[in-house]
Design a protein around this ligand. Structure first.
Ligand code: AMP
Ligand code: MG
Length: 344
């Protein structure tokens, strides 16, 4: 299959909508990461997503809508007052809500679960694509399973060339991490996967918010993941990734030492550092993670891809505090490092 890469335009959106209606897959930009979309109401189209990604069949997809009134047919309940407040305040945006599913949603979408994940994305091109398709779009991140989520159209092309007919290019993603997934089926909203909408913001809007305790640790043996995607070792770069956290001067000193030791052992080390700390590493090989938690959110997946591209085999990364957006950043980085974290 020939893969076309087109900038977002009225013509390419029309073409993409027609492709999705006909059962094909399209890569498209959202504010979180690039998605791989199919008609959410077409079981065989949805199955193509799992094939193209090499995704395990028990990992459910998120259904994307362009207007709030498209939610009702997908779910089996009336949204609670808390859900309505979240939707009013955070949609369009990087927030996914879990509800009991209606019979309209094929079980391939939810991997057999009786709940469905729904999001109304903030990126105008994503909503325009849903409008052009005139169907809800089921879409996970557009990476091959086990690779970092794509935050540019080129990342999607790297992973999906020859597997999909069309990728829409809408530039780099603004948030850079996948959406906050919130389970709305219990007493209080519960964050299953941290993202751009923080637990504090949810608590402000709903009075309280829980965070699944599997967010900042690996799953125990035999433990069932509340959010199935969390059980998969998300992306682990080929090189061993170590996170070093603590006070800034102690961190840069520890990383310099680790880097120099690795180099002396004949390895190809690489440092991932916040922008302001780059000078502390002098002429060692270092890539920028941008500025603060937001910069790191936008850059981390691209840097992990680059680490593999240059064949780094000992990667040392700085950290940010695991609160607010930093919780989402450290959740992804922690998983990529198999929670190999050094405190200094
Ligand atoms: P992705 O868009 O690639 O990040 O994948 C979507 C993720 O959303 C999955 O890996 C799950 O962790 C989560 N998800 C989707 N549907 C559900 C659901 N019904 N219950 C809990 N988590 C879900
Ligand atoms: Mg994904």
């Amino acid at each position: 299959m020939q893969t076309e890469l087109l900038p977002v335009s009225p013509a390419s959106l029309e073409m993409a909508g027609e492709l999705i209606r006909s059962g094909a897959l399209v890569g498209f930009p959202t504010e979180t990461v690039y998605g791989l979309g199919a008609n959410a109401l077409d079981e065989s189209a949805v199955k193509r997503i799992f094939e193209a990604k090499g995704r395990p069949g028990d990992n459910p997809l998120i259904v994307h809508i362009s207007k709030v009134d498209q939610l009702a047919p997908l779910i089996a309940v009336e949204p609670s007052p808390a859900a309505k407040r979240l939707m009013d305040a955070c949609w369009p945006g990087p927030m996914t809500l879990i509800f009991p599913k209606s019979n309209l949603v094929p079980s391939a979408v939810t991997a057999g679960l009786d709940t469905v994940a729904v999001r109304l994305p903030g990126h105008p091109a994503a909503r325009a694509l849903i409008d052009a398709t005139r169907r809800p779009i089921a879409a996970p991140s557009a990476n091959r399973s086990g690779r970092p989520s794509p935050t540019t159209a080129m990342h999607v092309l790297e992973d999906m060339d020859g597997r999909v007919p069309l990728i829409l290019d809408g530039g780099p993603c603004e948030v850079g991490l996948e959406s906050t997934v919130i389970d709305m089926t219990g007493e209080i909203p519960k964050v299953l996967r941290p993202g751009g909408i923080t637990p504090r913001r949810i608590a402000e809007l709903c009075g309280s918010a829980g965070v699944d305790d599997a967010v900042m640790r690996p799953l125990k043996e035999g433990e069932v993941a509340r959010s199935p995607g969390m059980k998969y070792r998300h992306y682990a770069p080929t090189g061993a990734l170590t996170i070093v956290q603590g006070e800034a001067d102690a961190v840069t000193e520890a990383i310099r030492n680790l880097y120099d030791e690795a180099l002396a052992e004949g390895k190809r080390p690489l440092i991932l550092a916040l922008d302001g700390h780059l000078p502390a590493y002098a002429d060692r090989k270092a890539l920028s993670l941008g500025d603060g938690a937001a910069g790191m959110a936008r850059s981390i997946f691209a840097r992990l891809r680059e680490a593999d591209d240059i064949g780094a085999d000992a990667i040392f990364s700085e950290a940010v505090a695991a609160d607010g957006l930093g919780l989402a950043v450290m959740n992804r980085l922690g998983r990529a490092a198999a929670f190999h974290i050094i405190e200094v």
